[in-house]
Design a protein around this ligand. Structure first.
Ligand code: TXA
Ligand code: MG
Length: 333
């Protein structure tokens, strides 16, 4: 398949391709998404094929207007409405009871559907122009970090999709917060840019899925059970007092010359193959994490030592992705 990389000037072409059952990669405020017509099973199958994604991992359906929700969700509870009013459009995905017309190919047989209204104007435009609703997972090959820049999409999906829209705007850098409001409870299944603290201001008894806290229980977000969500390099998280973290990483570097370091708040390391900085706060860390992990891979780094410090807010989302990328190899110093 020949993939066309376009900019938003040619968005009409891509929208038509979606309407005709093709696949289009588009930017969102979180990460790039790999879209197809959510109401066309053959088109949806192409997503799974292009990514090499297991069929038991359901997709998020993207809308460009709140009124479109009635095509997807059987009912929208008052709690869901509170979240919608406050956080849509934006990096929040809601799990809702599905309408019969939503295919089980999209929901992987679940009775619920994941819905997101992205704030990125290119994403909104594409969905509106397509005349349908767009099922879209992150636009990476299954198992690798989600792409936040067009070049990373091309690395993974060139030749596997019809269109890639090169656009700016993955400001957040991590995938959306997934919140299950399909039961009596409000449960964050995947942490993201809309933090638990922000949700609790509206719904005080909202909670994090136990699968996210306790390493032994299975997460309710089917996608989060896959552990191979990582770069090629081995990632080792190092946390503790800054001077201990630096001393530990320094001593590891002296034993192996193929290592990289992801710093938190800057700093240099002698003997590292590559040092990249995640930034000075968790918002920057989130924005940089996936693209930096891909850069370490491009430079052939074998082991990445990642400076980290558990924090609330955006820190919860960063911790979730970083610990997964590390396969839970965490050194406390
Ligand atoms: O920011 C995002 O959410 C990006 C952009 C493209 O919108 N999309 C994204 O999709 O991250 P994906 O497929 O990579 O992750 C969706 C997650 C998966 O872990 C999936 O298992 C979960 O949402 N999910 C989808 N439908 C679900 C459902 N009905 N119940 C529980 N989890 C669901
Ligand atoms: Mg994904």
């Amino acid at each position: 398949m020949k993939t066309k990389v376009i900019t938003q000037e040619n968005i009409h072409e891509a929208a038509k391709c979606l309407a005709d059952g093709g696949t289009v990669v588009f930017p969102t405020e979180t990460v790039y998404g790999l879209g197809a017509d959510a109401f066309n099973d053959d088109a949806v199958s192409k997503i799974f094929e292009a990514k090499g994604r297991p069929g038991d991992n359901p997709l998020i359906v993207h809308i460009s207007h709140v009124s479109q929700l009635s095509r997807l969700a059987k009912n929208v509870s008052p709690r869901a409405k509170l979240l919608i009013e406050k956080f849509w459009p934006g990096p929040l995905t809601l799990i809702l009871p599905k309408c019969d017309s939503v295919s089980s190919r999209v929901t992987a047989g679940l009775e619920t559907v994941a819905v997101r209204f992205p704030s990125n104007p290119i994403a909104q435009n594409l969905i509106s122009l397509s005349g349908t609703l767009v099922a879209a997972p992150s636009a990476n090959l299954s198992g690798s970090p989600s792409p936040t820049v067009c070049a990373d999409v091309v690395d993974d999906l060139d030749g596997r999709v019809d269109y890639i829209i090169d656009g700016t705007g993955c400001e957040i850098g991590l995938e959306s917060t997934v919140v299950d409001v399909s039961t009596g409870k409000t449960v964050v299944l995947r942490p993201g840019g809309v933090t638990l603290e922000m949700i609790k201001e509206l719904i005080p008894d909202a909670e994090l899925d136990k699968g996210l806290i306790d390493a032994d229980s299975v997460p309710k977000c089917p996608g989060l059970k896959y552990t191979h969500y990582s770069p090629k390099a081995d990632v080792i998280v190092v946390q503790g007092e800054k001077k201990n973290v630096r001393a530990y990483i320094g001593s590891m570097l002296s034993q192996n010359s193929d290592c990289g370091v992801l710093t938190y708040g800057g700093g240099t390391y002698d003997g590292a193959k590559l040092v990249l900085d995640a930034g000075a706060d968790m918002t920057s860390y989130a924005h940089n994490l996936f693209s930096h992990l891909r850069t370490f891979d491009k430079h052939g780094v074998c082991t990445v030592y990642a400076e980290f410090n558990p924090e609330n807010g955006m820190g919860t989302a960063v911790r979730n992705r970083l610990y997964k990328a590390a396969g839970h190899k965490i050194v406390e110093v």
